[in-house]
Design a protein around this ligand. Structure first.
Ligand code: GLN
Ligand code: ZN
Length: 767
């Protein structure tokens, strides 16, 4: 029996980000709607053809989106809030973009839907909004159009939809509350999906894939019953049509619902054998699988860039085959989260490049594994493809750095503890730094104007010398220091003009990192990121920020805050190694940043901020894993970074998003002196958590949203400070905006900060 190969989803942005360019051109008015559609169509065709020629059996369609597949699902299901419908656009894309980015113009003025991280990835989805009594029904044609589009070029695809359970779980009411799954809503939703299955059967589809990643999360009471009631109503609609339904799960295991899933009568079940390996395998071997069910073995990792270890994958497929004869070889998740192709990365040595598999290379891996599984032992032993793959994993890929190993081996418990205790430090720092109550500061960056980016491009192209560039940056620092003094901020920053990015910039000064030219991954909408690769052991190659921070400090008598990225965030926004643990890599990074912290202190920097913007992002999906799989080493790694500084040196940290009520004690245990966080788009419930947990760290919840050019008034900010002071002890409060000023223009930034300082002074006067 031949083993099927299946891809869950393919990157849509294009090998050279063609889709990004077309869409952004459309937004600017330089590309017409038809031209944008033409680019999108040619990308879809190219991606289908690539998969077909790689020998993929089940090629996805409807994984394409102009912005986000969750938002597409909302439109498909008619979950378009009235304010967007009232704009009265005829074209799908226009409504989609209005919901994704907001709209301001002759048709009206609406803000965008909120955006959240897609599970533990750095991809963001738009949160669907279900108005009370929403008329949920199958309203769109996009999945059917794309299915037919592929068919018209002779390619049979497997349409992919986000399933109704995940959709309901991700959706929110207009007040941002979870959606109550009333019988009526569940019925409407199930009917919409049932109708979609009938339609696909009519059009001639063999398989439909329904993605239900929300199944890998902990279940609340009623969740399993909800899932069952949805699918008990949906699945009968395909009976007798010949259409097969693949229930696809990823980013974790479904052991806790496995028997419910196999009892429901799906034709395929997609299991993630990377992130959910042990539990999924145990469930399959304990409970078996009905003969009518094909198990989709998710062995090709959709979230890394490393070559697949074929012997290991074959072992996994064979383990499933022992239980059930029907096993397909699949990607563990969509390939959306990996770069397009390693082709063209000629800056990397072939001896390095051969270890990488991006999306296109992963197609070949799927085919290889499926072919190899069918060989008997003798044939496998003689197989050249398998031998070549094995050679990649034989021996050590990269020599260990003995110095790094020795440093780590020499660490003891005391290296993870800062002395004296925080309360004592906070008292000493108050005296040493001489700051007023409610000290004002910013999170680090200031607007990266066109001019700044142009100078960096000139340096890269060799049009200016390093000395000229450094002069330019010094000029920027001079200006930003002066302006901060003028408007009366208390703790100043140097502005981060020298950085392209908060991870790559650090990686460039560390041993062990590699960089690509074109390995872009979609983050949200048309925004892409290009994470660096952790290739070997990490150590600091040279001081990173010391010159810039000391220069900035030399320009002012105010306290200048040093600005670093923390080890957990650097790892989370890079491609980590797979031959050593994340814990080990984070420890290496922590030592490198620790060196930088101590050098900054030596250079006279008395306040140092270590950003852990992405710490919350990689929190495991299941609560039982939070500590043992993550926080138990991530939090100590942060402590290792700062444990050796003087009591009077003040350590700040920063986190994006304020969704950390559940881990508030762990955040306190990072033992920073001060934390700032992005709060102004949240509802400030985190303040209750801070209050209830007796949070010791001084804190600066962002007092205004920097994601819009709007300038908040002094009164508005005063009101905001009032809300904060109602919940927090005034001696622990810092006043700062949200993070990311680098994405704003100068005009609104300075006007807003002036109001922030004025509001703070007004509040102080009343204390
Ligand atoms: N220091 C950075 C800034 O101010 C932090 C960025 C972030 O939080 N992602 O922009
Ligand atoms: Zn942030």
């Amino acid at each position: 029996m031949t083993v099927l190969t299946s891809v869950s989803g393919f990157p849509r942005i294009g090998q050279n980000r063609e889709l990004k360019k077309a869409i952004e051109g459309f937004w600017k008015g330089t590309v017409s709607l038809d031209e944008m559609r033409g680019v999108a169509r040619s990308l879809r065709v190219r991606h289908w053809q690539l998969q077909a020629s790689a020998g993929i059996d089940l090629i996805p369609s409807n994984d394409f989106s102009y912005y986000d597949q969750v938002l597409d699902t909302a439109l498909l299901l008619n979950a378009v809030p009235k304010r967007y419908r009232d704009l009265g656009f005829d074209d799908y894309e226009e409504t989609l973009f209005a919901m994704a980015r907001g709209y301001q113009g002759e048709r009206g003025d609406v803000t965008a839907l909120p955006m959240k991280k897609w599970f533990t990835t750095n991809y963001h989805y738009l949160v669907p909004e279900l108005e009370p009594g929403a008329d949920i029904r199958l309203a769109g044609t996009k999945p059917f159009d794309y299915y037919l589009e592929a068919k018209s070029i002779g390619i049979q695809t497997k349409p992919v939809l986000i399933g109704p359970y995940t959709f309901l779980k991700l959706a929110r009411t207009p007040d941002a509350a979870e959606v109550e799954p009333t019988a009526e809503l569940v019925g409407r939703l199930a009917d919409a999906y049932g109708e979609a299955l009938e339609k696909f059967a009519d059009l001639g589809a063999d398989w439909v894939q329904l993605d239900e990643p929300f199944l890998v999360l902990d279940k609340e009471p009623g969740d399993i019953a909800l899932f069952e009631s949805l699918y008990n109503r949906i699945l009968p609609r395909r009976d007798g049509t010949g259409l097969k339904v693949l229930l696809n799960t990823y980013f974790g295991h479904v052991a806790d619902v496995y028997t419910s899933l196999t009892a429901l009568g799906f034709d395929g079940l997609g299991l993630d054998l990377n992130e959910g390996r042990e539990e999924n395998l145990a469930a399959v071997s304990e409970f078996g699988a009905p003969e009518s069910l094909t198990l989709f073995a998710g062995v090709v990792n959709g979230r890394n860039i490393w070559r697949n270890d074929y012997a290991e994958s074959i072992g996994l497929v064979e383990a499933l085959q022992q239980v059930n004869g029907n096993v397909a070889v699949a990607t563990a998740s969509s390939l959306l989260h990996v770069p397009f192709s390693a082709e063209g990365e000629d800056g990397l040595d072939p001896s390095v490049l051969k270890h990488f598999a991006f999306a296109v290379e992963k197609l070949t891996e799927l085919r290889d594994i499926a072919d190899l599984v069918e060989l008997d032992d003798g044939e496998k032993a003689a197989n050249a493809v398998l031998a070549a793959n094995q050679a990649l994993f034989d021996g050590t890929r990269v020599a260990a750095d003995a110095d790094v190993a020795a440093r780590i081996a020499a660490l003891d418990d005391a290296d993870f503890v800062r002395r004296p205790a925080r309360a004592e430090r906070q008292r000493l720092q108050r005296e040493a730094l001489g700051l007023p109550l409610l000290p004002t500061t910013t999170i680090g960056s200031f607007p990266q104007t066109k001019e700044v980016r142009a100078e960096r491009a000139k340096l890269r192209k060799g049009e200016i010398t390093r000395a000229e560039y450094d002069d330019f940056i010094r000029g920027q620092i001079d200006d930003v220091v002066k302006k901060q003094e003028e408007i009366g901020l208390d703790v100043l920053v140097h502005g981060e003009f020298e950085r392209n990015d908060m991870v790559e910039y650090f990686g460039q000064h560390l041993n062990g990192f590699l960089f690509t030219k074109n390995a872009w991954v979609q983050s949200y909408g048309t925004r892409c990121v290009k994470p660096p690769i952790v290739w070997g052991d990490v150590s600091r190659a040279e001081p990173i920020t010391v010159d810039w921070s000391s220069y900035a400090q030399s320009r002012t008598d105010h306290v200048m805050k040093g600005m670093l990225t923390g080890p957990v965030t650097i790892l989370n926004w890079s491609w980590p190694r797979e031959d050593i643990t994340h814990e080990e890599q984070t420890k290496q990074l922590a030592l490198a940043i620790r060196d930088e912290v101590l050098d900054l202190e030596k250079a006279g920097i008395r306040v140092i901020q270590i950003d852990e913007a992405a710490l919350r992002e990689k929190l495991p999906l299941r609560r039982s894993d939070w500590h043992k799989k993550y926080l138990d080493w991530a939090v100590p790694a942060f402590r290792l970074v700062h444990s050796a500084v003087q009591p009077t040196t003040q350590i700040h940290t920063h986190m994006c998003y304020s969704e950390f009520n559940d881990i508030i004690r762990d955040i306190d245990a990072m033992d920073a002196d001060v934390i700032s966080f992005e709060a102004s788009r949240g509802d400030l419930v985190v303040l209750d958590a801070i209050h209830d947990a007796n949070f010791e760290t001084e804190a600066g919840p962002g007092v205004y949203d920097i994601h819009s050019p709007r300038v908040p008034s002094e009164e508005e900010i005063e009101g905001r400070i009032g809300e904060i002071l109602a919940k927090m002890d005034v001696t622990k409060v810092w006043i700062n905006p949200d993070c990311g000023l680098k994405t704003r223009g100068n005009e609104e930034t300075w006007a807003s900060l002036e109001n922030l300082v004025a509001a703070t002074k007004a509040v102080r006067a009343k204390l």
